[in-house]
Design a protein around this ligand. Structure first.
Ligand SMILES: Nc1ncnc2c1ncn2[C@@H]1O[C@H](COP(=O)(O)OP(=O)(O)OP(=O)(O)O)[C@@H](O)[C@H]1O
Length: 248
């Protein structure tokens, strides 16, 4: 039984078929990686999944619900959360305030004057729990924009977790990270699978092979093949696609 399904998605840019009848499935608790050479159509596909782009044909389903007609905001409420490569962090605010805003956005409450104290306390507790979950509990009072790059990416993941997603969409979470930061992010993603499925778009093949249960390979907008890390590593077609660009 799949938790998340993309069915026959098509996106054209003029004469270019950027998404060519793509179908894929993610099972509950699965870490599913999407890889492909530059220009394969990963970003275009992810944008249709998150709702930033409307497909020309096909459907996106989460837990039996057709997300295709829904706005990005409604998709998040339905259980699909996406990391935005740091762009949604408020850099001047503290880590705590960033988390509080995210928690508040998803509980529908607000910091109104005369708000019951118990409600404010529970928002703070939820923000602190999120920080602990991603290992930022000692950085709560730091200004978000002053954190090292890896910690900012981690904060971005925490902001996505505030929505309690069923499926977390991670778009190149290791981009720009050093080996230590990447290793920490791998550990964090690995721990998330207890609570959600993950669709991971990542160029760092070492991370992909360590994390993924299954990998879909996208080439020229089409799914070339789907398989376990071992199947993908040993697939001659995949090796040919990557020859001279990246090592699989
Ligand atoms: N808005 C657009 N208008 C026209 N063509 C586009 C648009 N967005 C993407 N494309 C084209 O669609 C194809 C797929 O691009 P996309 O960015 O989705 O690939 P990608 O796999 O994410 O690449 P990368 O790994 O380099 O980010 C490319 O040929 C790109 O030039």
């Amino acid at each position: 039984m799949s938790l998340f399904r993309v069915e026959g998605l098509v996106k054209r840019f003029g004469g270019l078929l950027a998404t060519d009848h793509v179908s894929l499935e993610v099972a509950p608790g699965e870490i599913h990686a999407l890889i492909g050479p530059n220009g394969a159509g990963k970003t275009t596909l992810v944008n249709q999944i998150s709702g930033l782009l409307q497909p020309d044909a096909g459907r996106v389903l989460l837990d039996g619900l057709d997300l295709t007609p829904l706005s990005m905001h409604r998709r998040v409420a339905a259980g699909l959360s996406r990391c935005f490569q740091v762009t949604r962090i408020f850099p001047q605010q503290s880590v705590r305030d960033n988390l509080l805003l995210a928690v508040q956005a998803h509980t529908g409450s607000s910091f109104r004057f005369l708000q019951p104290r118990s409600q404010v306390r529970s928002l703070y507790a939820a923000a602190e729990q999120l920080a602990e979950r991603v290992g930022l509990q000692h950085s709560l009072d730091r200004t978000a924009g002053a954190l090292p790059h890896g910690a900012q990416r981690t904060l971005d993941v925490a902001l996505a977790l505030a929505a309690a997603p069923k499926l977390l969409l991670l778009d190149e979470p290791m981009a720009g990270m050093g080996p230590d930061e990447s290793a920490q992010m791998v550990t964090l993603i690995e721990a998330l699978r207890q609570d959600m499925a993950v669709l991971l778009i990542e160029h760092d093949m070492e991370a992909v092979f360590r994390l993924a249960d299954r990998i879909s390979v996208l080439v020229y907008g089409k799914v070339l093949t789907v398989g376990t890390p071992d199947q993908i590593r040993n697939n001659p077609e995949v090796q040919a696609v990557y020859l001279g660009t990246e090592t699989v």
